[in-house]
Design a protein around this ligand. Structure first.
Ligand code: TYM
Length: 326
């Protein structure tokens, strides 16, 4: 039997190259060797302020983004979290085994509470428990994510262990799989690339748009003049080269930066070309299917149907172990 993979992304609209390099590219590499389930986690997305009227379009765009990036629905399962109400149900059962103190320690909770300090909801605190429910509902073995999710995955294993200790062996402890692009830095050179910070390149951007965004992106701050030598090891632009630019060209960019032979503008042009080349087939597929509502609807409906059946089986087992089954 194939091992099971589960992962998900919040429907924030368009996917960026941090999502793609940090998570989705890894998903695609597992698609044939594993039983893969990929979720659009809309229940997570409502834990911070949002516009209800935009949500369905955001979900649609995320589904189109998955498929365009190579997450082939013929070889894996794609579904929307809120189509399977058992995610919320299992979250509630887990709420009764996990101490609040564990959740208050989560870095992402601390960061988001600082950002939305006027309205820190129970949902925001409970975010990682819902994430654990996502994964454990399907008894996933492997969870491919970016580095920022490592702590949530640790908590998922804590929850599995606590539940197993209290009610008997039920859940496997899933393995975190972090790829080589563990943390893609944003164009500001400061924080990780994210939609909220507007420091991103979307997977659908044209070569012109990519070139324009890169032209004003941060580089090694110590390299003030063209004649200064730079340090690629601390430059966010060079970090992107390591992800997108072929080896030989990458090495000559690094050497040129150090010797001041290659200026930041030229370096960015080479990067823009490399990113555009990688994204070209994704952009083309995206354009081709973005208005195919029937395709997306049928992929998501089929996904939900398969997941609901699996989820109901786990919930039955959990209720049985917890003494909730008549
Ligand atoms: P989200 O939507 O914030 O991120 C989705 C995925 O993209 C990765 N990622 C990055 N990787 C590298 N560099 C970046 N700059 C970058 N930005 C985002 C994230 O690590 C993540 O893998 N809580 C999850 C969503 C989720 C989930 C789950 C994941 C809900 N349930 C169950 C796995 C299993 C999240 O952060 O989504």
């Amino acid at each position: 039997m194939k091992k099971r993979v589960f992962s998900g992304i919040q429907p924030t609209g368009i996917l960026h190259i941090g999502n793609y390099m940090g998570a989705i590219k890894n998903w695609v590499s597992l698609i044939d060797s594993h039983d893969c389930i990929f979720c659009i986690v809309d229940l997570h997305a409502i834990t911070v302020p949002y516009e209800p009227g935009d949500m369905q379009a955001r979900i649609h765009d995320t589904a189109v983004g998955y498929i365009a990036s190579g997450v082939d629905p013929a070889r894996c399962t794609i579904f929307v979290q809120s189509d399977v109400p058992e995610h919320a149900e299992l979250t509630w059962y887990f709420n009764t085994v996990i101490p609040v103190a564990y959740l208050e320690r989560m870095t992402q909770f601390k960061d988001k509470s600082a950002q939305f300090h006027e309205n820190i909801t129970m949902g925001l605190l409970d975010y990682p428990v819902l994430q654990a429910a996502d994964i454990l509902l399907y008894k996933a073995d492997v969870v491919p994510v970016g580095e920022d999710q490592a702590q949530h995955l640790e908590l998922t294993r804590d929850i599995a262990r606590k539940f197993n200790n209290m009610y008997g062996s039920t859940f496997p402890e899933p393995r975190t799989l972090i790829g080589s692009a563990a943390r893609v830095v944003g164009l500001d050179g400061q924080a990780k690339m994210s939609k909220t910070l507007n420091n991103y390149i979307a997977i659908t951007e044209t070569p012109e748009e990519i070139g324009k965004k890169l032209s004003v992106a941060m580089t090694d701050p110590a390299r003030k003049r063209r004649s200064d030598s730079g340090n690629p090891d601390i430059c966010n632009i060079y970090m992107l080269h390591t992800l997108f630019t072929p080896g030989g060209q990458q090495r000559s960019v690094a050497a040129g930066c150090r010797s001041a032979g290659v200026g930041c503008l030229d370096c960015k042009k080479i990067l823009a070309e490399a990113i555009s080349t990688e994204l070209k087939p994704i952009r083309e597929r995206y354009e081709k299917i973005k208005n195919d509502r029937d395709l997306i609807r049928s992929v998501l409906d089929q996904g939900a149907q398969r997941c609901r059946a699996m989820a109901q089986e786990t919930i039955r087992e959990v209720k049985g172990k917890m003494g909730l089954l008549r």
